[in-house]
Every structure is written in C-alpha cells, then in structure tokens.
Design a protein around this ligand. Structure first.
Ligand code: FAD
Ligand code: FES
Length: 265
C-alpha cells in the first residue's frame, strides 16, 4: 500500500509567532499565524529557516483553520533548534510548506490507535484533533518517553476523549518499557485496527514488527533532511519496490509511509 495523501503545493510563507510555550525541559512549542500552513494535513511538515543555517523540518502539532494558526513543537538538540527556541512572540519566521504526504484519515468503521514516542508525539495530536469529530470513537493513544518529565501532550489527548496509555523507559510514569507492549496488546484485541505511529526510527521498526500482517499501519519518519523538496537525496530510506529494494525520499514520498513498504535494517 502506498500513501497517496498529498497536500497542496508547498509555498514560501512568512508567519508571525503569536504564542510560545515550553511544555517540557528542552522543548518549545510555537504557534504561528499562517492561514496557508493552517490548512496542512496532519503528518505534513514545515521547513523552517533557522538564522542562516539550512532549513530544519518540523511537523505540525496543531492546525487551527478558523484561527489561521499552525503550531510546531520541537526538542532542542543542536544549533538549528536552539536558534528556533530563542524566537519570541512577535517574530516573523521564514517558512516553506506545508511539505510531504500526510496521514490519510482512518476508516470510521474500524478502531484507531496513535502511537508516539518523544518528539514523534506532536504530529499525532494534530491528527487526533482533526479526525476525532468525524469518527465514531476517539482513539486509543500510546505515548512513550524516556521519563515522566519529558512526556508530551498527554492532557491534550485526554481532553479529546482518547484512552491514553503511557510508557516510560525508567518507569517514572505509566508502564515501564516501550510503546510496543501496549500496542501489541491493542492489536491482539483489534485485528482490523488502524495504527498511526511517529517516533525514533528504532521505535518505528519495532512498531512495524509488532504489527506485521496488519495492512493499515502508517509510520511518519523524522529522517535527517537537506532540501526538503526531493532534490538532494539526503533523506532517502530503503523500501520494498516491485523488483526489489528501492530508495524512497522521506521529504516527498513521505514522511508518512505504510509500514509494509519500509525496510528496517
Ligand atoms: C518530517 C520531519 C518532521 C520532524 N518533526 C519534528 C518535530 O515535530 N519535533 C522535533 O523536535 N523534531 C522534529 N524533527 C527532527 C528535527 O528536524 C531535528 O531535530 C532538527 O532538524 C535538528 O536540527 P538542529 O540543528 O537542532 O540539530 P543538528 O545540529 O542538525 O543535530 C543535532 C543532533 O541531532 C541529530 N539529529 C538531527 N536531526 C535528526 C533527525 N531528524 N533524526 C534523528 N536525529 C537527528 C544529529 O545527528 C545530532 O546528533 C522532524 C524531522 C523530520 C524529517
Ligand atoms: S531532503 Fe532533499 S531529497 Fe529529501
């Protein structure tokens, strides 16, 4: 199965930061006023200029069509995200987006589960917020973090009515271990369930293995990128082609892929 969910054409836009919040140590969320970005599909991303460095790709954590705002939530890991974290309310950002293929909305006849690890959690909030009003049931949400203090957006998912399960590596909140335990349990109970996951590559590989044989499992990759528009091949991943393994570009063929399409080494 190939993801055909494409958004509109990417645009160069300027957007003013209208709100800034620090949801966890070393993490910042910025609300940006941009009616163009607010129309993005959950799972798409924006390529943000970061003060003279290469642009950095960040997913949307919230999309509010009526307010014309889009939010991004990121962890400070290097120079680009450190620059972005220094941005205060009122500053105008240089942005390119929305980019990539986002998530396709679940089939309302089947249950759905969102599985997020670390900074893979934010795009799943955008999806849950957009889809919950149109589906028969709110999702089951499995959230993973290294420790309790780094767990993102739990209350926001609960406010949507989601059944939230938490795992932490150190057992400081929820079940000790990874998201794979609760996911495997959910899959056993819901054989026609639809899964949407985002997080570090090893977590996504484990999600793909746990859900082998299920056809509706979608993974959003957060690969390192260069151009963000398909030209430089910095972001390629190995996938199953018709005649053997092929490279696919995360920026334009993804970042959302069917789990069965990807090859995890
Ligand atoms: C489609 C997409 C969506 C993303 N969405 C988010 C998001 O919502 N929130 C968020 O916090 N981050 C997200 N990322 C990751 C984010 O782009 C990187 O963390 C950021 O580019 C790092 O830039 P930097 O200059 O701060 O760090 P750098 O100086 O470039 O790198 C610092 C350290 O982080 C590592 N690193 C950098 N990029 C990545 C990556 N993509 N995966 C794993 N390790 C990396 C480097 O190897 C290095 O060790 C996303 C990435 C992609 C491709
Ligand atoms: S980042 Fe350049 S091709 Fe994907």
């Amino acid at each position: 199965m190939v993801n055909k969910e494409v958004g509109g054409l990417a645009e160069m836009v300027r957007g003013r930061v209208v709100k800034r919040h620090e949801p966890a140590p070393g993490h910042v969320e910025l609300w940006i006023h941009s009616p163009v970005l607010a129309k993005a599909i959950p799972g798409q991303f924006v390529h943000v200029a970061t003060g003279g460095m290469l642009r950095r790709p960040i997913s949307f954590s919230r999309l509010d069509h009526s307010a014309g705002t889009a939010a991004i939530l990121f962890q400070i890991v290097g120079d680009g995200t450190r620059w972005l974290a220094s941005v205060q309310e009122g500053v105008e950002l240089d942005l390119m987006g929305p980019l990539g293929r986002g998530f396709a909305m679940p089939d309302p006849r089947h249950p759905w589960c969102l599985v997020g690890g670390g900074v893979g959690i934010p795009p799943l909030l955008a999806a849950a917020t957009a889809w919950t009003p149109f589906l028969n049931e709110p999702p089951t949400v499995v959230l993973g973090a290294r420790e309790s203090a780094l767990l993102l957006l739990e209350e926001e998912f609960r406010a949507l009515g989601a059944a939230v399960e938490v795992t932490t590596d150190d057992g400081s909140q929820g079940q000790r271990g990874t998201v794979v335990g609760p996911l495997a349990h959910w899959l056993a109970k819901h054989p026609t369930g639809q899964v949407y996951a985002c997080g570090p590559t090893p977590m996504l590989g484990a999600v793909a293995r746990a859900s082998q044989g299920q056809s509706n499992v979608w993974l959003a990759l957060e690969q390192r990128m260069g151009c963000g528009v398909g030209a430089c091949l910095a972001c390629v991943v190995l996938a199953n082609g018709q005649n053997g393994p092929v490279y696919r570009r995360v920026c334009t063929d993804g970042p959302v892929f069917a789990a069965e399409e990807l090859i995890f080494e």
